[in-house]
Ligand binder design. Structure first.
Ligand SMILES: [Zn+2]
Ligand SMILES: [Zn+2]
Length: 234
């Protein structure tokens, strides 16, 4: 005796706005840092977790689930109960369990974060100018979700298979796109398009990026520049 660590396993349930906000990756990172074994997942009630380790560390883990949660998460309550220990070291993100029933909050869309914006504005970045850039800290949630739990298959991104670069980001626990369900880029994600009905605007759609064209239609340039554009196209 004395060599065997006195460990316990706790079933932990987290209620609130905890899906689509990077909560599972956060739990994964926290548990890994505290050297706890177990798993975390989404279900229709929120986020469930089983964690195994010394009771003191488990208590610290639960405390930090609340105090250190991601910026977009809103933890309403956390419940814990001891369960039987099972083997297996390491901590993992489990496949989503369905059919639990119940209600949970759909996270809102969140405007582009500073980190994503700097990528969009950086000519050297692979997401330069890509309008659907997002991460676990920002991007669409409510707009793209079709049903809960919030997983990629349950969003309008389901039909867009991630390219190898996006997939690598999605699988990297150290990055801010770890398990970012709406992760995509210009190579693998949705594209902006514009359909021009009026021939008056036809030159814009062909000559400019769709977003520029839309901006020009909504905020037309001054009359002088329009007439010079028309004259030059004669
Ligand atoms: Zn972001
Ligand atoms: Zn991609």
């Amino acid at each position: 005796m004395g060599i065997v660590a006195n460990t316990e396993r706790w079933a932990i349930r987290i209620h609130g706005t905890v899906q689509g906000v990077g909560f599972r990756p956060f739990v994964f990172r926290l548990a890994t840092r505290l050297k706890l074994a177990g798993e975390v997942g989404n279900d229709e009630l929120g986020v469930w977790c089983e964690a195994q380790g010394p009771a003191k560390v488990l208590a610290e883990f639960v405390r930090r689930l609340e105090t250190d949660s991601p910026p977009l998460a809103r933890v309403q309550s956390i419940t814990t109960r001891p369960i039987e220990e099972v083997g297996g070291p390491g901590f993992e993100i489990a496949a989503t369990k369905r059919g639990a029933g119940g209600l949970m909050a759909i996270p809102p869309d969140v405007s582009t974060c500073a980190a994503c914006m700097s990528e969009v504005l950086d000519p050297a970045d692979r997401r330069f100018g890509y309008p659907f850039t997002c991460c676990t800290d920002c991007g669409p949630r409510y707009t793209v979700v079709r049903e809960l739990p919030y997983d990629r298959e349950a969003t309008s991104l389901a039909d867009f298979a991630m390219c190898e670069y996006c997939q690598a980001e999605y699988g990297d626990p150290a990055g801010r796109r770890f398990h970012a369900q709406a992760n995509c880029c210009a190579d693998c994600g949705p594209a902006l398009g514009i359909s021009v009905v009026s021939s008056e605007f036809a030159h814009m759609a062909s000559a400019r990026a769709p977003l520029d064209a839309a901006i020009e239609m909504i905020f037309p340039p001054s009359p002088q520049s329009i007439s010079s554009t028309r004259m030059s196209s004669h």
